[in-house]
Design a protein around this ligand. Structure first.
Ligand code: MIG
Length: 711
């Protein structure tokens, strides 16, 4: 192998890195710094202020609708209850009449769920029972205060609003009836507006102006102690109890070198929580794309013989339970209760709503070699032939942002990559592929065709003043494509066609990075919440969907360029529920440290049980230099993880598999070859994930306990 590949081109930036990482952590909010969290936490009534108005009950088309009225403000909310086919319940809560419509998440559900007729079976004063004749569950609704209890075969399963935490901020009230023009949702005249960040909220030097529109609701899972899901966090697979001052945060952020065992948001979000006990598995999908916080409080069962002060308490605590509280900054309450009962039923129910894993092309299940950056064509060729010389199989080599002309995506750096077609032909001869990066920020440069065209068509996200939003990212000043607009997605997807994307061939596939979106020097390194999208929605309402839409559009572009014949491969960093339909996800900028290798396992398991089977972590660790032992161990683990790619940050030492002595090379060679030996099996597992919604990576208990223990 030439010295070139083994040499360190840039000194390892260790000290500098340390300070960047520390500084990096402090730019993200803690719960206490989030206005809607403070407001919701300040709301802890003895009983829920909401009362169900049974006289408003309507059962048209088998959907149950009734009003919930806030006892003090008298503002009514509209509750809808749907029985969705396949043992799923859907609850929607929205304003009964609104001054401004609220955002409801589009495009995540594969179709409008098919509903079955709900029947009101027992209308007593103050309560009613809803059932669907062919199902074994029942919904018991109590009017005052409002709560729901779902039972299955007459056993308590899930309660809703049993803790009274239904919370709904109405920006502007119908003032005639209430005599109020604005509500303080905490309903405390003494509460300082500034503290609660109702109308404005500071993030560093940045002032966010908005209407208060936060929503929240609690669920009690009866008999459940173990809960899972809610990616993406660098944390254990089983969710931890959240303390009084923290919650799992779902807010997609560019968290370079993220902390482990932290509940801060990372790059992607799936608002799906699973709960498992021996006799039952169930799930809660909270369909909201704004910033969301989730509290988990599991209470273990107390032994029945223990002395408990009251018979009531005794009853409560002989079984364990878990309280879940969801809080979102805006949107509506739209929640699906997946009633199982077996783990595989939950996976199916979730897939019925949001789709299954896309069936990946075979090559993408092989080994991928990536680095920021493979410098030029000679470098690519040297690395490529290095694999042959060392008898190590691989399928894909990757090019990061430096391959472009000044970070203008869809272009090539003419000095470093003068002949990209030739380079791709060389790869093709060996039946190998190329993946190149394509980020959502577009360099502000009127001479850059993509920019000029998008600008002219009005395809960028706007500021509240109607100008194109400009932020800073890799290319310098950049505008951001508004992927929430179907016309933008359509246009962007055509950019991948061979005639538009110069020097691309059918062995080239795509990597979407920075799509949280990442905006340098902006609050929490992302887009300001009041930025304006298609149809006038604010970024706040749909933040967590941005990356989902970019991958959707890219994936459609690759399908389109092949005349609808080929399955695409698109890797994304940011994601949401449903992203499994478009390709693969990786866990972003991990570090070359043992703890990050360890945490990759629970992180990937969690993604897997929330529908995203095609997931992986950078083998070797992105930030910093792994020593030989860590690198070898990482290959050993990574070869058994679904998406298998080595990657390294700019400035780290080169680490192609043959640079650590023959002993280490031979171990790495062996595990990569084993991966290829098992490739047909991986392919089969992915086919089953695609067809039957079976996660590729899965906990043994999900598939073992339920099937073999009596229930
Ligand atoms: O912040 O494109 O997570 O995989 O190599 C750096 C350069 C931007 C972040 C990605 C990483 C990628 C890098 N990108």
């Amino acid at each position: 192998m030439s010295d070139e590949v083994g040499s360190t081109k840039t000194p390892a930036p260790d000290d500098h890195l340390g300070s960047v990482l520390t500084e990096n952590q402090s730019k993200f909010k803690t719960c206490g710094q989030i206005g809607f969290y403070r407001r919701q936490k300040d709301f802890h009534p003895d009983r829920s202020p909401y009362v169900a108005q049974l006289n408003t009950l309507n059962t048209e088309n088998g959907v149950v609708t009734l009003n919930l009225t806030h006892q003090e403000t008298q503002v009514p909310l509209k509750l809808q209850i749907f029985a969705v086919e396949g043992n799923i319940l859907r609850l929607k809560i929205n304003e009964e009449s609104s001054v401004k419509p609220r955002f409801e998440v589009p495009d995540v559900l594969v179709k409008e769920p098919t509903t079955e007729q709900l029947k009101v079976s027992n209308l007593e004063t103050g309560s009613l029972v809803l059932e669907q004749p062919s199902s074994s569950w029942k919904i018991h609704l109590t009017a005052n205060p409002f709560s729901l209890l779902v039972t299955q075969e007459d056993k308590e399963l899930i309660s809703v609003n049993a803790q009274g935490q239904l919370y709904f901020e109405n920006a502007v009230l119908p003032s005639k009836e209430s005599g109020l023009t604005e509500t303080d949702p905490a309903n405390k005249p003494s509460a300082s507006k500034e503290h609660f960040g109702l109308w404005k909220e500071k993030c560093e030097d940045y002032l966010d102006l908005k209407d208060p529109s936060s929503v929240g609701l609690d669920f009690t899972l009866h008999g459940f102690e173990n809960v899972y899901g809610l990616p993406e966090h660098a944390d254990t697979h089983q969710l931890q109890n959240t303390g009084e001052s923290e919650a799992y945060r779902l807010y997609n952020l560019d968290v370079f070198g993220y902390r482990i065992h932290d509940k801060m948001g990372t790059y992607g979000s799936v608002p799906l929580l699973l709960a498992h006990k021996l006799s039952h598995t169930c799930g809660i999908l909270w369909l909201n794309a704004s910033e969301t916080l989730v509290e988990v409080h599991s209470k273990a069962a107390l032994k029945p013989q223990m002395h408990l002060p009251s018979p009531d308490m005794q009853k409560q605590r002989v079984v364990p339970n878990t309280d879940i509280r969801w809080m979102s900054e805006s949107g509506v309450v739209d929640v699906f209760l997946l009633l199982g009962p077996a783990p595989h039923d939950i996976f199916k129910q979730y897939a019925q709503l949001t789709g299954t894993q896309m069936f990946p092309p075979l090559f993408s299940l092989g080994y991928h070699q990536c680095r920021w950056n493979y410098e030029d064509e000679a470098d690519v060729e040297a690395v490529d032939s290095g694999f042959d010389e060392h008898d190590i199989p691989y399928d894909v080599i990757w090019l990061d942002i430096e391959h472009t002309d000044g970070k203008r995506y869809f272009t090539w750096d003419k000095e470093k990559f003068p002949n990209p077609v030739k380079m791709q032909e060389n790869l093709r001869e060996k039946r190998r592929k190329l993946v190149v990066i394509s980020d959502p920020h577009i360099k502000v440069d009127p001479k850059y065709k993509l920019y000029a065209e998008a600008k002219e068509k009005g395809y960028f996200v706007k500021t509240i003043n109607g100008r194109d939003f400009e932020g800073s990212c890799w290319p310098g000043a950049s505008s951001y494509l508004d992927f929430t607009n179907p016309a933008v997605r359509e246009w962007y997807s055509t950019q991948f066609s061979f005639d538009k994307y110069k020097n691309s061939t059918d062995v080239l596939f795509i990597w979407n990075d920075m799509n949280e979106p990442s905006v340098f020097e902006s609050p929490e390194w992302t887009m300001p919440k009041e930025a304006v999208h298609h149809m006038g929605w604010h970024h706040r309402d749909l933040h967590n969907l941005y990356g989902f839409y970019q991958q959707m559009s890219t994936s459609e572009g690759l399908i389109h360029r092949s005349g609808g014949k080929e399955r695409p491969f698109v890797l994304t960093r940011s994601f949401f529920a449903g992203s499994q339909r478009y390709g693969a996800v990786w866990t972003g900028d991990n570090k070359a440290e043992w703890e990050y290798l360890q945490i990759s396992v629970p992180m990937l398991l969690t993604l897997s049980v929330t529908g995203i089977s095609f997931c992986g972590a950078d083998v070797g660790g992105f930030v910093g230099d792994p020593d030989a032992e860590l690198l070898v161990r990482w290959y050993q683990a990574g070869s058994f993880q679904p998406f298998f790619r080595a990657h390294a940050m700019q400035g780290t030492r080169r680490r192609e598999p043959w640079l650590f002595g023959e002993d280490n090379t031979s171990i790495i060679r062996r595990v990569i070859k084993e991966r290829y030996t098992l490739l047909p099996f991986w392919y089969l597992l992915f086919y089953r994930a695609y067809l039957f919604a079976e996660p590729v990576m899965r906990l043994v208990l999900f598939f073992y306990l339920y099937n073999f223990l009596p229930h």
